[in-house]
Design a protein around this ligand. Structure first.
Ligand code: KG4
Ligand code: ZN
Length: 338
């Protein structure tokens, strides 16, 4: 069978990434992280697009070199059309467009959130691919959605956050605890040494399959303020237990909704995707749900959880097989329909 080489570019937020796939296998997946944002406690859009401009050419070069091919071997170029930061998206989008024109090969615009879901179709030793239909929970710094996936090209959002994303809940809680940005991975790290039942936070009451995280953030802020007034070293002395309790509450909120989704749809295959799916507590809880509820769960390989171009490439490959190409008039979109 024919070998299809796809070059993929991801530049929706603060990471510049390029990947090369041969059919559904990843030959290289290079991510240049931008550390310039750390001192600002969040991503600064203007600095992000400037860093993408500096990184994109070397990152693509390294991806091709590591894959052992040249750009003349490529069959198509996939790129993130949105959602994301406009300035960041434009850098990847313009690069992909000009390269596809120069090489005279098809261009494929990819929805970043769909890519987080379809990352499960990357061929990887020891990882099984979901079968359609399945439920996907996309949990990242910008999104929290439950999606019913009926084919590569057919997906329906059946629940989403009404305010903050779950990654923001992690990052904002971390900020309250004085941890650097992005704090999600640090909460995860400290939580592993703590007791999740030490402090209890109330879960929001939200109808149906939707989520809300802004109330939890406020609750944590007041809780920390109150306790720090009594003991200035409260956070330092109880960091592990605080982190474990916060993480436990967030996981409970997610699990409550996914349980309702399984019940309502009758679909018991559950996949997760997005940066927060790197969280060790969520990974363990989902694995336990296999035994507890008889679900089949799909947890992405660690390198495909946070933003990466390999997930853009797998969507590109499946679109290439269907001749779903984008016109050169295609535009980047900060917000994008599913
Ligand atoms: O998907 P992603 O890389 O970028 C977006 O599209 O938003 O997700 C980034 C988010 C951040 O909020 C980060 O704190 C969170 O994922 N994150 C984690 C962990 N690793 C990354 N949150 C909790 N536990 C982790 N281990
Ligand atoms: Zn993402």
């Amino acid at each position: 069978s024919k070998k299809i080489y796809t070059l993929a570019i991801e530049s929706s937020c603060d990471d510049t990434s390029a990947a090369v796939l041969c059919n559904d296998k990843v030959l290289s997946n290079i991510v240049a992280r931008q550390s310039v944002h750390e001192e600002y406690g969040g991503v600064v859009p203007e600095l992000a697009s400037r860093a993408h401009q500096q990184n994109i050419v070397p990152v693509v070069d390294v991806a091709l070199k590591k894959a052992g091919i040249t750009k003349d071997d490529l069959h198509c170029i996939a790129f993130t059309q949105g959602p994301g930061l406009m300035g960041s998206l434009l850098v990847g989008g313009s690069f992909a467009k000009s390269l596809s024109q120069g090489l005279q090969i098809p261009l494929i615009a990819v929805n970043h959130m769909k890519a987080h879901i379809l990352a499960h179709f990357i061929q990887e030793e020891g990882f099984e691919k979901p079968k359609f239909p399945f439920l996907a929970m996309t949990i990242s710094g910008g999104h929290t959605q439950i999606v019913k996936v009926t084919s590569f090209f057919n997906m329906e959002i059946i629940g989403e956050t009404t305010d903050d994303a779950v990654g923001e809940a992690f990052d904002k809680s971390a900020k309250i605890l004085g941890l650097p940005y992005p704090g999600g991975p640090l909460i995860d790290k400290y939580a592993q040494e703590g007791n999740p039942k030490t402090y209890s936070f109330t879960k929001p009451k939200v109808d149906g399959l939707n989520f809300s995280f802004s109330g939890l953030k406020t609750q944590i802020l007041y809780f920390i303020q109150k306790n720090t007034a009594l003991n200035p070293n409260f956070v330092e002395e109880n960091k592990a237990d605080i982190c474990a309790s916060i993480q436990y509450t967030i996981i409970e909120i997610l699990m409550d909704k996914i349980k309702i989704a399984v019940k309502e749809t009758g679909i018991n295959q559950v996949a997760i995707g997005g940066g927060v799916s790197a969280n060790s507590g969520i990974r363990t809880t989902l694995k336990e749900a296999e035994k507890k509820y008889g679900w089949k769960t799909f947890i992405p390989k660690f390198e495909y959880t946070t933003d990466n171009a390999a997930m853009i490439g797998i969507v590109g490959y499946y679109n290439f097989l269907e001749n779903n190409f984008s016109d050169t008039s295609v535009v980047s979109k900060a917000r994008i329909e599913f």
